[in-house]
Design a protein around this ligand. Sequence first.
Ligand SMILES: Cc1cc2nc3c(=O)[nH]c(=O)nc-3n(C[C@H](O)[C@H](O)[C@H](O)COP(=O)(O)OP(=O)(O)OC[C@H]3O[C@@H](n4cnc5c(N)ncnc54)[C@H](O)[C@@H]3O)c2cc1C
Length: 310
Amino acid sequence: MIDAAVEELRTAGLAGVRRDAALADLTTLRVGGPARLLVTAERDADLAAIGRVAARHGLPWVVVGRGSNLLVADEGWPGIAIVLGRGFRGIEVDDTAARGRVRAGAAEPLPTLAVRVADAGFTGFAWACAVPGTLGGAVRMNAGAHGGDMASALVEVDLVRLRTGVRETWVPEALGFAYRRSQLPEDAVVVSGTLELDRGDPAEVRAEMDAIRTWRRTHQPLNHPNCGSVFTNPPGDHAGRLIDAAGCKGLTIGGAAVSERHANFIVTRPGATAADVVAVIEEVQRRVRDASGVELTAEVVRLSPAPVAP
Ligand SMILES: Cc1cc2nc3c(=O)[nH]c(=O)nc-3n(C[C@H](O)[C@H](O)[C@H](O)COP(=O)(O)OP(=O)(O)OC[C@H]3O[C@@H](n4cnc5c(N)ncnc54)[C@H](O)[C@@H]3O)c2cc1C
């Protein structure tokens, strides 16, 4: 069955189809098992072919962006992991109207996009300069920081639906954005997004970005593999404060530990497993529940082998 799926993908023109490909290296946490198939899509037709092959062979699929919010299970992913290639990069700036429009491919890294937006003379996107995801992953997660988020910057999102292979343009109001989540259709692959931003002074925006990067280097454990904030902040409080108050800083299970620098970060060391990270997550949830009665919700997306119908 898998041989036939590989053959069909190659016949459809997908060059880089790999079997049993390590996913840990594609994530910032650096844990987890392989994907049965890893494919790089360069154009809409590739995504359409992946959708057809996945449906025909009953293979679940998932899009992997920068893997900066992904916890891949040790068992790996039993279907197709899709990476968007260079064909889904590119940034176009339109500064002819009062507010600027910046359209970018979904594989574009947010820090690159933030710098380009600043250089083009627009403000309101500096927050993204230190969020290491891709635009596609940021749309899915409604990434945000320092008072900004994707929902407030986007005016249009292009999706390719894997069930039909068709590209659709959606307005943000239809995407169900909320704090660190969206309600994209389950077969939607984000292929591009358009931001609308106010004009600003590039030097001021660059200074703002420098301050953000410095703050992060000081307050976040950026020298160890991590996935950013592991838990969403509960209403009116900070997950990091609650985790610290529950005495979890430094809590270590196997190769995973709650960071001493920022309690809402879990860091891994070489040899760590996804099970170690899950055990730390569950122990933190238990201790915070006991200490404060608050149920912490994970922000990190867990990719587990449970079959999902394509
Ligand atoms: C050091 C560090 C700091 C961070 N700081 C922040 C922060 O300040 N604010 C914040 O919000 N997040 C932060 N994060 C988390 C992460 O960077 C964001 O959630 C980011 O948006 C994830 O993008 P990604 O490309 O890495 O997505 P992935 O981690 O690869 O995927 C996340 C989810 O998006 C889906 N997805 C990815 N690409 C697409 C696509 N093209 N179409 C449809 N679905 C897709 C995946 O299937 C998965 O469900 C941080 C992470 C790290 C490591």
